[in-house]
Design a protein around this ligand. Structure first.
Ligand code: BGC
Length: 759
């Protein structure tokens, strides 16, 4: 063959094939990821590296510049990908799967086929409770509800189905799970947490990560999990989002880190940071938290992603940097790998300038780029960069919806049930249904559903039930009167007259982040007056709370006969509520938070002893008040339509040494007339500690089902390192000799720990 003919052949081969056929080490999957990363890195320019460290928002590359629009503007996309080497994009809203497919396919083809090195894009998205930014997907309850199930299978299932429904569409990087500890009931993101127990959050978080990342059903794809928001985000002093947190190092280690640690052990690949400040330093500028703690002490090797424009916030929100360049320097030196910039090129421009001025070294850039490329290789993006559309029929299948329904059913907490008014007979004649949430879909999903702050009613699935339609479907022989939300109270009272029962569905409209800031945890005045109008009729009233926080109900609760905390149960939530009201489902949710009685006083279940001391003038001394005075309902409270009795709490020994083990056992019996599920929650109490100890701490839980009359004996193996130790101010775990108790239900048994074997 002549040389000319060869050249003609060469130019006839599409460029993508040329890239495939080169013998570059990084292109060959038979090489180790480490070698592929090093090879690719060695070929990259500084500009290409900085581009990999940048994540931009969808609004920069779609047609309308609106969040909701998933239509790629190829011209804009080419500018960012080809000219600025951007390696990651994020966001969107719920649109049909095929739109996502086309968008990501086009986006990825630009990156893979048109750029010099063909590095695929990694796409990030907030699928927070199911694939929440995908139309027709299965929407699970939010995390606080999942925690209320005390059944980690639901966290795993949520993640598993999220991945199945979205990984095919090129959603590679899910910004979940939230691992912040829900210890401040006013915080507008409480519902995104797994509640106030570090142990529960750790178990649920790790199960979620497992379901997302170890998912055979999405092959050949893989999905990355993100633990967020590292760290201390959830306990702002003011209760408002992204406001300052004062948190001792010891409390950080003891309460806030366990969930992150457990998720890391489960394989979580990335971490997103807390936008706020902790102890006077914005986390995005904290070398202490990002490098010393996360990298060096916890050995986290994955990608650290900023939250939304949080480098910018160092300038105009926290006021610790004079301009964007200084902020970039601070944040990169603190330890971030990728900036969710997300609506400008400020980060790229600044970072390039900083390297050119020798203020940040290229070695430092290489460290981050290595981590980002490692993630891309681990996810298999180089081998399988494009989405696929041949199994989209899995989205929103009945099978998945039934999983979401059972999660919702197990997550709803029956807090009060006077005279066993619930379950309501399906033969009830006339039911009056009132309240702002009675016929609304958006309220059941809350924030992060369809859109960031939820969406308008018309965007929710047509076949999704509201409480009203779900009740109608269940009570086919009853007359259900629905009154519109702003019906004046006198009319409600008039309408109530010939009804047997009033159901009032109230709570909160969707929100997240600062949009959900409130000035009082009290339920809004109009809802209170509505409840009073209902209860004044003397007709039995059942309250159903739908919302993300435990809003104070102390003024109205005594007059309601029953009260269900439905939280944010997701798209199957209305049916779950109706099934519990009829009794088709026996409620089994338990509170994963302490439900406060007062607006101005709150302590979590794992508070310190001194939290509840009050001065008693008669005794002229401090006495511990009954904790239940500050809680409307304690952590772990939740009623069932059957009754459970705990008996025979026993310990295999009364003394334990460092490497020993004590097996605690308890027998739980269903003493009622219905089959029921019970979450058995085990606590440990450390009686004396050199650092003040929580009065008790959950260390184990298990959910069982019991037929009427059936008993099961459950065990909990107490191991000192795991269950009796606690961190000091540097995060070193201490084991101190002394007395401990194991508590289950209202029973307890004590034992002693002594480091040495001798008794
Ligand atoms: C939130 C994150 C979220 C990110 C991207 C931020 O405002 O704090 O939780 O993942 O936006 O949408």
């Amino acid at each position: 063959m002549s040389k000319n003919l060869l050249l003609i052949f060469f130019f006839m081969i599409p460029t993508s094939t040329i890239a495939q056929s080169t013998s570059a080490v990084y292109k060959d999957p038979s090489n180790s990821i480490e070698n592929r990363v090093l090879d690719l890195l060695s070929r990259m320019t500084l500009e290409e590296k900085v581009g990999q460290m940048t994540q931009l928002n969808i609004t920069l590359i779609n047609n309308t510049g609106k969040q909701r629009n998933v239509e790629l503007n190829e011209r804009k996309a080419r500018t960012y990908i080809n000219d600025h080497h951007i390696g990651s994009f994020l966001n969107g809203e719920a649109v049909p799967a095929i739109e996502w497919f086309e968008y990501i396919d086009q986006l990825q083809r630009i990156a893979v086929e048109e750029t010099r090195l063909g590095i695929p894009i990694i796409y990030g998205i907030d699928h927070m409770h199911g694939a929440s930014y995908l139309a027709g997907s299965t929407i699970f309850p939010h995390n606080l509800n999942l925690a209320a199930t005390f059944n980690i299978k639901h966290a795993k299932q949520t993640a598993r189905i999220t991945a199945i429904e979205s990984a095919d569409l090129g959603h590679h990087w899910n910004f979940a799970p939230v691992l912040d500890l829900g210890r401040n009931p006013r915080w507008p993101r409480l519902y995104e947490t797994f509640g106030e127990s570090p142990f529960v959050a750790a178990q649920m978080g790790a199960a979620y990560v497992d379901g997302l990342i170890n998912n055979e059903e999405i092959k050949p794809y893989k999905m990355a999990a993100t633990g967020k928001h590292f760290i201390g985000y959830s306990v702002p002093k003011s209760g408002w989002d992204r406001t300052p947190v004062d948190l001792s190092d010891q409390a950080l280690y003891e309460f806030h880190l366990p969930a992150f640690k457990a998720a890391m052990e489960a394989g979580m690949q990335t971490v997103m940071l807390n936008s706020g400040e902790v102890n006077g330093v914005p986390v995005h500028a904290s070398k202490k938290l990002l490098t010393d703690l996360l990298r060096e002490q916890l050995h986290f090797e994955g990608v650290i992603l900023t939250d939304w424009d949080d480098i910018g916030k160092l300038v105009d929100y926290h006021h610790v940097a004079k301009d964007y360049t200084e902020a970039t320097e601070m944040s990169v030196n603190a330890g971030i790998d990728m900036s969710m910039t997300p609506t400008s090129l400020d980060f790229n421009v600044s970072l390039l300038e900083l390297v050119k001025q020798d203020r940040i070294s290229e070695e430092r850039i290489n460290e981050s780029v290595k981590r980002i490329l490692t993630l891309k290789f681990e996810l298999g993006l180089f081998e399988n960069p494009y989405p696929r559309k041949d199994r989209l029929n899995r989205i929103g299948s009945d099978q998945y919806k039934s999983k979401a329904k059972s999660a919702a059913e197990e997550s709803i907490v029956l807090l009060k049930n006077d005279n066993e008014i619930l379950p309501l007979s399906k033969e009830t004649n006339k039911i009056l249904l009132i309240g702002p949430s009675a016929n609304k879909k958006a309220e059941l999903g809350g924030g992060w559903t369809i859109g960031w702050q939820g969406a308008s009613e018309d965007r929710y699935p047509e076949d999704m039930h509201t409480v009203y339609s779900a009740l109608k479907a269940e009570f086919i022989n009853s007359e259900i009167t629905l009154l519109p939300p702003n019906t004046p109270n006198p009319e409600i009272q008039k309408a109530a007259k010939d009804h047997d029962v009033i159901i009032i569905a109230f709570g909160e409209e969707p929100y997240t982040e600062f949009i959900g800031n409130i000035t009082s945890l009290e339920i809004p005045a109009d809802q209170k007056s509505l409840i009073k109008a209902a209860t004044n009729t003397q007709i039995p009233t059942i309250g159903v709370f739908i919302g993300g926080r435990p809003r104070i109900v102390s003024d109205v609760i005594d007059d309601m006969q029953a009260f269900l905390w439905a939280g944010l149960p997701g798209f199957e939530g209305a049916e779950a509520i109706a099934n519990i009201i009829t009794g088709d489902v026996n409620p089994s949710g338990k509170l994963p938070i302490s439900y406060p009685t007062f607006v101005g006083h709150f302590v979590p279940y794992n508070h310190k002893a001194s939290d509840v001391y009050v001065f008693n003038s008669e005794e002229e001394n401090f006495i511990a008040q009954d904790e239940h005075n500050v809680w409307e309902w304690p952590f772990g409270h939740g009623l069932s339509y059957t009754t459970f009795e705990y008996s025979d709490v026993e310990l295999s020994d009364t003394q334990i040494s460092k490497d020993g083990e004590i097996v605690a056992s308890v027998t739980v019996t269903n003493t009622g007339k219905r089959t029921g599920m019970e979450s058995v929650i085990w606590y440990i109490k450390d009686h004396v500690g050199t650092i003040t100890r929580p009065v008790r701490e959950v260390k184990h839980f298990e959910k069982i089902s019991l037929e009427p009359g059936e008993s099961k004996t459950l065990t909990f193996s107490i191991r000192p390192n795991l269950h009796l130790s606690f961190p000091d101010f540097d995060g070193n775990y201490l084991l101190e000799d002394g007395d401990f108790s194991v508590i289950v239900d209202d029973k307890f048994k004590s034992f002693a720990f002594k480091k040495s074997e001798s008794k």
